[in-house]
Design a protein around this ligand. Structure first.
Ligand code: PEP
Length: 248
């Protein structure tokens, strides 16, 4: 059975003290609520150990290196992320692809290292506005999945969480309609079924990301192939994040 997941992505926001305080506040606010999803927060690297050791919330890194270890100044390996107690790592976010030149080939290495270290990749895919206007969005998303993930065994693929994040919707206030999101999520699931099988496809959690918030989460999460969200802006304030979590 696939899981419902609401994962926050703080990006490069909050210093350590603010992050730790946020996690405690969120955990306290959720205590006693009957949650219908797992809650994860994607923090900067320096927060991981403190938050993972002081809360029961799921914790995600926002990246990891494409090398296992060695002379790569400034990089953080998947093993290091795992050693903090974080269980997830966001990989392939469009900001990493665009600003840091992360290619499908690089991401493939990162996914392998994440899995080898017991981390669950939250693997981001999505088309740009131009690609949607050219009507090539299905092909773009299919290629991203194929190139980075489809060399995995079915057993390893089953450990991946996908986040469909149309680039034109990230941080823009332009949310995909629930019809657009559902259509793409169903297509991604069909693509996974064709490569692996129906069971693997049915068990894959596919999250939506792109200006999701407390006002649209319910409608998005009600779609049969949308299993939660990857949430940027609305994950930065507890009072904005909780209505998203309660979208389930
Ligand atoms: C994101 O960064 O993954 C994201 C979806 O951001 P936002 O919710 O702000 O669009």
């Amino acid at each position: 059975m696939r899981k419902n997941i609401v994962a926050g992505n703080w990006k490069m926001n909050k210093n350590l003290q603010e992050g730790v305080a946020f996690a405690k506040e969120l955990e306290a606010a959720l205590a006693g609520k009957e949650l219908k999803c797992d809650v994860v927060i994607g923090t900067p690297f320096i927060h991981l150990a403190s938050i993972a050791s002081s809360t029961k919330l799921g914790v995600a890194a926002q990246n990891c290196a494409d090398k296992a270890s060695g002379a790569y100044t400034g990089e953080i390996s998947a093993a290091m992320v795992a050693s903090t107690g974080a269980k997830y790592v966001i990989l392939g976010h469009s900001e990493r692809r665009t600003y840091y030149g992360e290619t499908d080939a690089i991401l493939k290495e990162k996914v392998l290292l994440a899995l080898a270290n017991g981390l669950t990749p939250i693997f981001c895919i999505g088309e740009t506005k131009e690609e949607r206007e050219k009507n090539i969005h299905f092909d773009v998303v299919k290629t991203q999945v194929e190139k980075a993930l489809f060399d995995l065994s079915a057993e390893d693929f089953a450990k991946i969480v996908i986040a469909y994040e149309p680039v034109w919707a990230i941080g823009t206030g332009l949310t995909a309609t629930s019809e657009q999101a559902q259509e793409m999520h169903a297509y991604i699931r069909k693509t996974i079924a064709a490569k692996y099988n129906n069971e693997v496809a049915d068990n894959t959690s596919i999250l939506y990301g792109g200006s999701a918030n407390g006002g649209n989460a319910k409608e998005l999460f009600a779609c049969p192939d949308i299993d939660g969200g990857l949430i940027g802006g609305a994950s930065l304030d507890v009072e904005k994040f909780i209505p998203v979590i309660e979208g389930f």
